[in-house]
Write a protein that binds this ligand. Structure first.
Ligand SMILES: Nc1ncnc2c1ncn2[C@@H]1O[C@H](COP(=O)(O)OP(=O)(O)OP(=O)(O)O)[C@@H](O)[C@H]1O
Ligand SMILES: [Mg+2]
Length: 224
């Protein structure tokens, strides 16, 4: 099996007038498709920075970031935007749903941005909302949904373009235990049954243990 994410000696230095911060200091890491990997480590250890680099939301200061065979550190902005839209799914702790759109419209949004025909995007969005158990909530806006329901909308939205790589930053951070477990089951099923790469930042030991693999960061370095 080829690795879907390959990081080689990746460094990320923030230098924003506030002093130099070496958020990542030479990270080398390969992730396989079909596995869910947890990133754990203390606050400030570089977890979100690592996830953002894998998601082409940020560029390394040095080193190589390859996702699905594409070298992200050398790509231009247009290529990166397209790559994100077509191949990556993002799930964040605070959902990032648009408040004025319904659940269905939120899930359809990436398909619209990628200029997929509207009917095709809608069919797929409906199927995904059914799949995450929200068939009866499609017309609800985010404020009319529970936290777990919002996160499931966010997952459906992350999947609408059928991404091979799913990046999640604290996806269960705002959910109660039972709802968090459901969301994780869904993410694991995507990795195992559909051979996707799932990369999850978490503070929760239990979540980490449920993953196939755990990467521990400390002070910008992989320590295990
Ligand atoms: N845009 C930025 N500008 C300057 N420094 C930053 C920036 N983003 C992050 N940092 C610094 O880089 C380091 C790593 O941050 P990062 O967000 O990756 O940590 P984290 O492991 O995700 O932490 P947490 O568990 O608190 O979310 C921290 O010391 C942080 O202060
Ligand atoms: Mg973080």
């Amino acid at each position: 099996m080829t690795d879907s994410i390959k990081l080689a000696d990746v460094t990320r230095v923030y230098d924003a007038g506030l002093g130099r911060v070496e958020a990542l200091r030479g990270v080398t890491l390969n992730l396989e498709a079909g596995q869910a990997t947890a990133i754990v480590g203390p606050s400030g250890s570089g977890k979100s920075t690592l996830l953002h680099l894998c998601g082409a939301l940020d560029l390394p200061t040095r080193g190589s970031v390859q996702v699905l065979g594409c070298e992200l550190s050398r790509a231009d902005d247009r290529t990166l935007t397209r790559f994100r839209r077509e191949h990556l799914g993002f799930i964040f702790q605070f959902f990032h749903l648009l408040p004025t759109l319904s659940a269905l419209e939120n899930v359809m949004l990436p398909a619209r941005l990628a200029r997929l025909p509207k009917a095709a995007g809608e069919t797929r969005a409906r199927a995904l909302l059914e799949q995450v158990g929200l068939g009866a909530r499609m017309r609800h806006r985010p404020a009319e949904l529970s936290g777990g329901e919002r996160q499931r909308v966010a997952i459906a939205r992350a999947l609408v373009m059928d991404p091979k790589v799913i990046l999640a930053d604290e996806p269960t951070g705002n959910l109660d235990h039972a709802t968090g477990s459901q969301v994780l089951e869904l993410l694991f099923a995507l990795a195992h049954e559909q051979t996707r790469t799932v990369f999850i930042v978490t503070h929760d030991q239990e979540v980490a243990r449920a993953c196939d693999r755990i990467v521990t960061l400390r002070d910008g370095l992989v320590v295990s």
